[in-house]
Design a protein. Structure first.
Length: 368
């Protein structure tokens, strides 16, 4: 990470930085292309910076770059694109923010103040356990999914694929709108796979959740051994499995009032979050990126307003239909041909007449 005064402890850095009253003397380095995220107990993660958006940093679930360390404020600060490059603005954090620039003493940015940043700079949020380093060239490959260009020939598919890439670089919630079979689940998994999370992708079909309160609790938060008749072993709930990863709520419009309230309690970190039958309540909620999908706009559903606000506080995107992607049909068929040939062990092939017919056909079931 360059010359970042490694002999100074976090506390000593604060003492040295506290005497600084002006911006750092040196000019920031070149415009960064991304940031390397350093969190205690986690492998480094990378985020590509898109100069069309800002990036919130903090412990809040809506933060684009999230941290779990308590020294980081819920909304600690924000990265903002500028004409010259990027700047970091402190949002009035509790423990302050330091700028570590190669060849200079650590600098205390100050609450509610901003500073320009460049490649090689390191921002320390509250302490050494939570840092972001700005990089000019990505030091490690991002897990961007490789896509077959033949399935992205239509302008609609190309534009939507770009949106998926933007979503993958942040942790804000995503709501996907589109008819059944258009690829909402595939899109959600693409966002997860192309992101920086090391956790699991956990899909939930909201139409199939139990209607009984105890069964719902067990399904989502798990249960301990002996919690009910037949509970011969402890079980983790789906929300627990999603901790550190992605929770995908498919057919979210089908959530029952009971499930809506339960989910809101988890998202807001309120209520008893322990497994069913646990002797003591658990107050720490699992942390995950939330992706939801529906066949109808949120305003047309019967979901609670406060839940809709949580689902819609990030990206709201319509998945393009197959009618908008007729140029991709041949490529999609080739993908399915290869998959089925491998699965069945026989050669499956669409001839030119079949491809022509497929491109002109009506597909009420969409890609499915």
């Amino acid at each position: 990470m360059g010359n970042n005064s490694p002999t100074l402890t976090g506390k000593a850095r604060r003492v040295v930085a506290a005497v600084a009253t002006a911006n750092p003397g040196g000019r920031p380095g070149p415009r960064p292309r991304g940031v390397r995220i350093l969190r205690a107990g986690h492998a480094p993660a990378f985020v590509v910076l898109d100069d069309r958006q800002r990036y919130l940093l903090g412990r809040h679930g809506a933060a684009d770059i999230g941290f779990a360390d308590e020294v980081v404020s819920r909304l600690h600060g924000v990265l903002l694109p500028t004409q010259e490059g990027w700047s970091f603005e402190d949002y009035g954090s509790s423990n302050g923010t330091a700028l570590l620039r190669p060849g200079e003493m650590p600098f205390d940015i100050g609450r509610h103040r901003s500073v320009p940043v460049g490649a090689g700079d390191v921002i320390e949020l509250g302490g050494q356990a939570a840092q972001i380093e700005f990089v000019e060239e990505l030091a490690a490959p991002l897990r961007d999914a490789e896509v077959d260009d033949a399935t992205l020939r239509s302008p609609a598919a190309q534009a939507f694929n770009e949106k998926l890439g933007i979503a993958a670089r942040t942790q804000v919630p995503v709501f996907l709108l589109g008819p059944s079979g258009c690829g909402k689940t595939h899109s959600a998994r693409q966002i997860h796979d192309r992101g920086t999370s090391d956790g699991a992708f956990v899909p939930i079909n909201c139409a199939r959740l139990p209607g009984d309160a105890s069964a719902l609790h067990s399904e989502l938060l798990g249960h301990v051994k002996g919690a009910f008749t037949g509970a011969d072993a402890a079980r983790k709930g789906k929300l627990v499995h999603a901790d550190g990863g992605t929770l995908f709520l498919d057919e979210v419009e089908s959530l029952s009032p009971l499930a809506q309230g339960f989910l809101l309690d988890v998202l807001e970190g309120t209520g008893d979050l322990a497994p069913l039958g646990a002797a003591a309540p658990k107050l720490t909620a699992p942390v995950f990126r939330l992706i939801s999908a529906s066949k109808m706009p949120l305003g047309d559903t019967e979901l609670r307003d406060d839940l809709c606000e949580r689902l819609a506080e990030g990206h709201l995107w319509r998945v393009p239909t197959l009618e908008e992607r007729t140029a991709d049909i041949a490529g999609l068929i080739a993908t399915f041909e290869a998959h089925q040939t491998s699965l069945l062990g026989v050669d499956i092939h669409f001839d030119d007449d079949a491809l022509t017919a497929a491109a002109a056909a009506s597909w009420p079931g969409q890609i499915r």
